[in-house]
Write a protein that binds this ligand. Structure first.
Ligand code: DSN
Length: 413
């Protein structure tokens, strides 16, 4: 067993870590933003690198003793630049929200006009939601999806941009099952004199594998988390054009952060190396195939999916088409150890805490090696529970079936 010292020093914490590890091993993680990182990625984070202060950047630190940390961070930067084909990378952001805050801090002044996707149409909190710092500090205007198609109409985005004249246009989403036209977003930004930013946290792996159109050739600045489809440590990354590289670096440190987490940066370097392997491309392709197979199963059962299906790693289901709420459905499936999250849907009429939708993703199951056949099976189990969420016996039986399936596709933790 691993973590012998944690076990000896603090059995209480050890026991909870063990329980959580087993929950992940014996259950189906279908939360679109979660994944199972490799042991190499996890091991790098449990090292003495965590002890080191290294404020600044490689070769320009404020503390001594950074000769090895400099090499690790440089390796991560160079790999990120190569992977994304971008001239500049900052690997220090601690999280996706922080990366977005750092870009805004670098390129905007408080009160500046920005354009972002409405939260209930699939945008992120940091894309201008009024309860978030972004909506408080900056003057965000929102674009959304069309009522009929539940997809973004780029002509409408252009019209809004021409009217609002923002300093920055944010593209990217957290709950959008279709392709995003990053090229057109960047062209609109250029035409109205704005910077373009693509927050690709969810689809980053798909982009790197060429199964979603790329943003690198067009966009001024890219932000992403590293733990979703990229399958790295829980952290983030910024990439940008040379002209704004200095401003972005200053926006991260000293603008928003102090000491970087070099143990996590080492884990990022590892995940970038993993993402350069041919298997990574195959993995991303399978994520999309799996999502499409799962969507098909739901559609056959008469369930309404936002935009009618998916082009990427996630499905947004309208649970009200089954006469239940997203909360009832996701809670019922969790009892059978099928983990999803409740989510608002476009033109939501319910509250965010008990919304109409359920967001379902395939990255983690695909990491376990599951394919279309397993998606059909899992989809059938989900449909049965969603149609009869109070049925305790059914949930117990499904839990056993889930456990058996997981044992055939084990995690090596
Ligand atoms: N919380 C993340 C998600 O689940 O999509 C976004 O930051």
């Amino acid at each position: 067993m691993y973590l012998e010292d944690v076990k000896k020093e603090d059995p209480e914490v050890f026991s909870l870590i063990e329980k959580e590890t087993n929950r992940q091993k014996n259950g189906l993680v279908m939360i679109a933003s979660e994944n199972h990182a490799s042991k190499a990625v996890l091991e790098a984070m449990a090292t003495p690198l965590s002890n080191k202060y290294s404020e600044g950047y490689p070769g320009k630190r404020y503390y001594t003793g950074n000769q090895f940390v400099d090499q690790i961070e440089t390796l991560a930067i160079e790999r990120a630049k190569k992977l994304f084909n971008m001239p500049h990378a900052n690997v220090q952001p601690h999280s996706g929200s922080q990366a977005n805050a750092e870009v805004y801090f670098a390129l905007l002044k408080p009160g500046d006009k920005v354009l972002g996707l409405n939260l209930s149409h699939g945008g992120h909190l940091t894309h201008g939601n009024p309860v978030n710092f972004s909506g408080t500090l900056y003057d965000f205007a929102a674009y959304g999806v069309e009522k009929e198609t539940e997809t973004i109409d780029m002509d409408k985005v252009r019209k809004i941009a021409e009217k609002e004249k923002p300093k920055l246009i944010v593209s990217g989403a957290t709950a959008y099952p279709r392709e995003i036209d990053f090229k057109e977003f960047a062209e609109i930004a250029k035409d109205v004199g704005a910077y373009s930013m693509a927050d690709v946290a969810h689809i980053v792996g798909l982009i790197l594998a060429g199964v979603h159109p790329n943003c690198s050739p067009y966009t001024d600045v890219i932000t992403t988390t590293t733990h979703k489809t990229l399958r790295g440590p829980r952290s983030a990354l910024i990439l940008c054009k040379e002209e704004i590289a200095k401003a972005i670096d200053k926006g991260v440190f000293p603008g928003q952060q102090g000491g970087p987490m070099e143990h996590v940066i080492a884990a990022k370097a590892i995940c970038f190396k993993e993402a350069m392997k041919p298997e990574f491309k195959e993995y991303q392709k399978q994520i999309v195939k799996n999502a499409k197979a799962l969507a098909e199963t739901f559609l056959e059962a008469g369930i309404r999916l936002v935009s009618g299906g998916t082009d990427n790693h996630l499905i947004l289901m309208d649970a009200t088409s089954l006469g239940i709420t997203g909360r009832i459905g996701s809670d019922a499936m969790a009892e059978a150890e099928i983990y999803t999250n409740r989510n608002t849907i476009p033109f939501e009429t319910r509250s965010p805490f008990d919304p109409s939708g359920i967001r379902i993703g395939t990255p983690a199951l695909t990491t376990r090696g599951m394919k279309e056949e397993q998606m059909k099976q899992v989809g059938d189990w989900m449909v049965k529970i969603l149609k009869d969420p109070e049925n305790k016996q059914l949930k117990e039986k499904t839990k056993e079936q889930v456990k058996e399936l997981c044992s055939k596709f084990p995690l090596n933790y």
